[in-house]
Design a binder for this molecule. Sequence first.
Ligand code: 5GP
Ligand code: MN
Length: 339
Amino acid sequence: MIGVSPRDLEEEERGFRGLTEAIERAETIAIGSHTSPDGDALGSELALAEIIRRRWPGKEVVSYLADAKPVPRHLRFLPHVDELREPDGVVSAPDLFIAVDLSVASRLASARSIMEAAREVFVLDHHPTEHPFGDHGFTRPEAAACGVMVLEYARWLGVPVERDVANLLFCAVMTDTGRFQYQNADSEAFWAAGELVAAGADPSLISLHVYQSMSLTYIKLESLVMGRITTREEGRIALSWVLWEDFLATGAAEDEAEGLVDIVRCVDGAEVALLLRQTPEGEIRGNLRSKGELDVSKVACALGGGGHAAAAGFTLDARTIDEAGKRVLPLLEELVDAG
Ligand code: 5GP
Ligand code: MN
């Protein structure tokens, strides 16, 4: 077994054996991941589907989106993306539902009904979670991306990783590690990247699609957000916001806005970054990032959300950015003061 991180191989063996036995019991398999899908969610889900088809050609495998929203523009180039189905309410119950990159059932959105109808649910994930769901699963919060775990599963099964799968998993690892720059970019993530490039992944092509193909309307939105960045607590907190009107004014699509918090985190000296975004549903979505040791998932959890120490999110039932700010900022200030 190839691998470079000191991961618990016994636990992995149990996890992968459990997944394999669940697949072998099933004739029909559905795979799903979280709403507002990112590169790890779609890359891991589509790659796992291909790996299962390759190993068990007789099984029927269907990959689902969590809801009817379009695939984010920058991920539409992914191989097999056209196979993703929207949950349309008339699904027949699958024997097995595999949830990937998902730590709370609610983030499955409309696809939750498929999971609930399934005979058995297996969760393959890398988020720390306080609300486990499903019949069984394998969760490894130390994994940089779910895509790393999917690669390890393919290796464990002895299934060769083909070019399409390599591109899917490279995209998963690249995006979840912020182009191999975040705190989770560990030796295992680089090991996975090396293996995937050797298997045919094309990093420059993937980054061309993901990071260098923004619409001009999105760049205009980004410049608004950039212009609003302010800091608190002597520069240790950087924040900005985006209104629903800004999407209308610039013409940018909502699904392009996932990366906006990455501009906020660039401020020198900032330890945590916050982006508040008004949604068309009249809620406020918050993205939190930590550049060092501070654990922003504590703040997200306190607001009903979740995530990792370095990247977390939440949704607030708040009318205005101001109102949301009054709930989030005291918690963030407390976090940086305590740190
Ligand atoms: P993002 O800010 O990119 O939406 O999310 C950052 C991380 O936090 C991701 O790993 C994501 O899965 C997690 N996350 C974001 N929003 C929520 C939420 O509302 N609930 C939970 N449990 N996790 C979230
Ligand atoms: Mn992930």
